[in-house]
Ligand binder design. Structure first.
Ligand SMILES: Cc1cc2nc3c(=O)[nH]c(=O)nc-3n(C[C@H](O)[C@H](O)[C@H](O)COP(=O)(O)O)c2cc1C
Length: 171
């Protein structure tokens, strides 16, 4: 699929068939994530791949607005690591890891998979829950839990283009 088509067709997918993505597909998503830009190319991120049904169900039951995890075949938790970021700034770690996350979402679309960013950061209770569940060290920030799976086709892209949001030359 053309890159632009994948970007324009990307949507949050919350309806999955239950099939598990292949290891090859997961690796392509991780490669896409790690291809993202980052401040001074510090790449202050790491990724946790979850395919165990039991863990996916625990996330679905405990992380707010992540019910779709039950039928997603996999989940990638994008983790931001401030101490690895440019100037060791948390903000750079979060921005860079968000770029990696968006790449994963677009790559999923390009592969014919569906994905949905579910929020962990900046909610303290959700960060604590994910740290406990996945043994994530204190210095590492779980940014999100991205549900990945085969889409049923129910979810559609939204046309969000709005000329009123564009300024030329000055605000
Ligand atoms: C920071 C962030 C947090 C989000 N958290 C959730 C979430 O917890 N659960 C969920 O179902 N979708 C979540 N989303 C997806 C948004 O709801 C979705 O991107 C938005 O409604 C626009 O729809 P689209 O992705 O289909 O274009 C999140 C997206 C972002 C960027």
């Amino acid at each position: 699929m053309e890159a632009l088509q994948a970007i324009l067709q990307r949507k949050s997918v919350r309806n999955f068939t239950g099939e598990t993505p292949t290891q090859e597909e997961i690796e392509i998503l991780l490669k896409a994530g790690m291809s993202a830009p980052s401040a001074v190319n510090m790449q202050p991120w790491e990724f946790i791949v979850i395919t165990k049904k039991e863990t996916l169900e625990t996330i679905a039951d405990n992380l707010p607005n992540a019910e779709m995890m039950n039928k997603a075949g996999a989940c990638i938790v994008v983790c931001a690591i401030p101490e690895l970021a440019h100037r060791q700034l948390k903000e750079y770690a979060i921005i860079d890891s968000s770029c990696a996350s968006e790449n994963i979402l677009i790559a999923a679309e390009a592969l014919g998979l569906g994905a949905c960013w579910t929020a962990v950061y900046p909610r303290i209770d959700r960060i604590s829950f994910m740290r406990r569940l996945l043994n994530i060290p204190q210095k590492v920030i779980p940014l999100n839990a991205i549900a990945i799976g085969k889409p049923t086709g129910l979810d559609k892209p939204k046309d969000k283009f709005n000329p009123k949001k564009i300024h030329y030359e000055k605000w």
